[in-house]
Design a protein around this ligand. Structure first.
Ligand code: G1P
Ligand code: ZN
Length: 543
């Protein structure tokens, strides 16, 4: 058995998006498609000769087949070793942790995150660097450039590895170490949080329902919440990971985690509900009849993280993606620590975390994390909430109400128009971009536009510039609407409309966000022509 050089030709459409390359699974399964992209990653990062990589994914359809191909290609490209989760499984935060603790040269993570899985659904692949975080744009640009010039790839002839058996085997000279995917991650969580306090909370009768949505977090949540923290068996539901996530959409939000929402808003609801997504990096937090928006969650965690041992000395700073509400900024201001506003996608937090400028980061899309890894981390967010609740002994609703009383409430919602005709969606954005300069002073109902721009980011650590990161319209009085196109969709275009309004009047903090934002929703449609240009009467998903 030897390394083979296989001739190929560039394949169009291999441009990494917000989080690596996402395509329909059948596209990834086309001849040479996966192999071309993997070789382009290897070449784009300067080759993998002598390097050590972590490889794992969320267990969706094609995960194990793809991992075996990647291993054969790594061997043929003279990699020194690959560390692989048993059965090809690693949650995204667990992979990030392994890349860091084992001091590797990075890793390949196979996931399409919250997108459905299966032969007719979605698949994805991304490269994370030695810091454990998603590759920055300079690197993803190199990878994309390579996809356009590739003429061959290298793959080992033979070398089928048994991913089920723990231990080290070899493909040619390259070592393949199959490891238990759970223990290291669970140990890290035990270091960060006050497990005794959380154990005491459960022992006092506090009840929890964690919905793993048949995705990768199930085994991690069972180990941490049930085995180590003493939550009764059965607290973690839908805990068996399935290649198609049981036919569900593993996205932890009120729409796709409806069973959990119904339970939490029903009679005899548990004290605390939570869910995670396909690859375990997103989280949803919900108390008894009390959904916590991700933007609010970030603000509450920024305010109270010091109650957990890992953050007891306070936070260096807080970062949020631009479309995320400004709730966390006001906490940072009150604490006298810096806050940063980055483009969408976790890759922009890496530099800030590496440079020690921030400790906590978050996105409105149910992503929260800290400097413990370089990815967002679903179970970590759940544990920080539990640690805070164990220290405060308040309900989720009480904690949130208290937060709003002290800081005001950023009413917030995101409206998604999915699988819109790509030309129509781009047309809408282009028209709005062209109109930005004329918007200030225009009125829509009771709202007057103060300023409008296209968000661009100058990375304060490496000076890199990222343009065209979303169109922002600010109204007098503090309301804001942001328009951007998704960089993770696999069908047509997804238009995301982010709506926000700050309310500081203590008597007006209990409204339904859709009611509180009604005027801004109407203004967003009027100024961008959403209905007229997309042909849609209403968003597909409201979070
Ligand atoms: C979406 C979210 C973004 C998140 C990304 C990966 O990207 O909006 O916050 O980082 O998924 O989980 P989008 O589809 O908007 O480009
Ligand atoms: Zn995810």
């Amino acid at each position: 058995m030897t390394a083979q050089v296989i001739e190929t030709h560039p394949i169009e459409g291999q441009q990494p998006g917000t989080s690596g390359l996402r395509k329909k699974t059948r596209v990834f399964m086309q001849t040479h498609f996966l192999e071309n992209y993997v070789q382009s990653i290897f070449d784009g990062i300067g080759g993998v000769s002598g390097k050590q990589l972590v490889i794992g994914g969320d267990g969706r359809f094609f995960n194990d087949t793809a991992i075996k191909i990647i291993l054969r290609m790594a061997a043929a490209n003279s990699a020194k070793a690959c560390i692989v989760g048993q059965n090809g499984i690693l949650s995204t935060p667990a992979a990030s942790h392994l890349i860091r603790t084992r001091k590797t040269d990075g890793g390949l993570i196979l996931s399409a995150s919250h997108n459905p899985g299966g032969e007719d659904e979605d698949f994805g692949l991304k490269y994370n660097g030695p810091n454990g975080g998603p590759a920055n744009e300079t690197t993803t640009d190199k990878i994309f450039a390579r996809t356009k010039s590739l003429t061959n790839y290298r793959i080992w002839d033979g070398g089928d590895v048994d991913l089920a058996t723990l231990g080290t085997t070899h493909i040619g000279e390259m070592a393949v170490e199959v490891i238990d995917p759970i223990t290291d991650y669970a140990d890290l969580m035990e270091e960060l949080f006050d497990f005794d306090a959380i154990r005491a909370l459960f022992a006092s009768g506090f009840t929890l329902r964690f919905d793993a949505m048949h995705a990768v977090t199930g085994p991690y949540a069972c180990e941490v919440l049930q085995n180590r923290l003493g939550a009764p068996v059965g607290s973690v539901v839908n805990e068996i990971p399935l290649p198609d996530f049981g036919g569900g959409h593993p996205d932890p939000n009120p729409i796709w985690a409806k069973d959990l929402m119904d339970c939490m808003y029903g009679a005899n609801a548990p004290d605390f509900g939570a869910a995670s997504d396909g690859d375990g990096d997103r989280n949803m937090i919900v108390g008894k009849s009390c959904y916590v928006s991700p933007s609010d969650s970030l603000a509450v965690l920024a305010d109270l993280a010091h109650l957990a041992p890992a953050y007891s000395t306070g936070l260096a700073g807080v970062a949020r993606s631009m479309p995320t509400s400004a709730a966390a900024d006001r906490v940072a201001a009150a604490k006298g620590i810096p806050s940063f506003e980055t483009p969408t996608g976790w890759k922009f937090f890496g530099n800030l975390l590496d440079a020690g400028k921030v400790t906590l980061c978050g996105e409105e899309s149910a992503g929260t994390g800290s400097n413990h890894v370089r990815e967002k981390d679903g179970l970590w967010a759940v544990l920080l909430w539990l640690n805070i609740l164990a220290a405060k002994r308040m309900s989720v609703a009480e904690l949130l109400a208290d937060h709003w009383q002290r800081y005001g409430r950023n009413y917030y919602s995101r409206h998604d128009y999915e699988a819109v005709d790509s030309e129509a969606a781009h047309g809408l954005v282009n028209d709005l971009r062209a109109a930005l300069a004329d918007l200030p002073g225009q009125t829509f109902g009771s709202l007057t536009i103060e300023r409008a721009d296209e968000f661009a980011y100058n990375d304060p650590v490496d000076g890199s510039h990222s343009a065209a990161q979303g169109l922002r319209v600010f109204f007098e009085g503090g309301a804001r609407v942001v328009f951007r196109l998704s960089g993770t969709g696999t069908q047509g275009a997804t238009l995301r409309v982010y709506l926000e309004q700050l309310e500081t009047d203590p008597s007006k903090l209990d409204k339904d966000p859709q009611d509180a934002l009604a005027d801004i929703i109407a203004a967003a449609d009027a100024l961008a022509g959403i209905r007229a240009k997309t042909g849609r009467n209403a968003p597909d998903v409201i979070t």
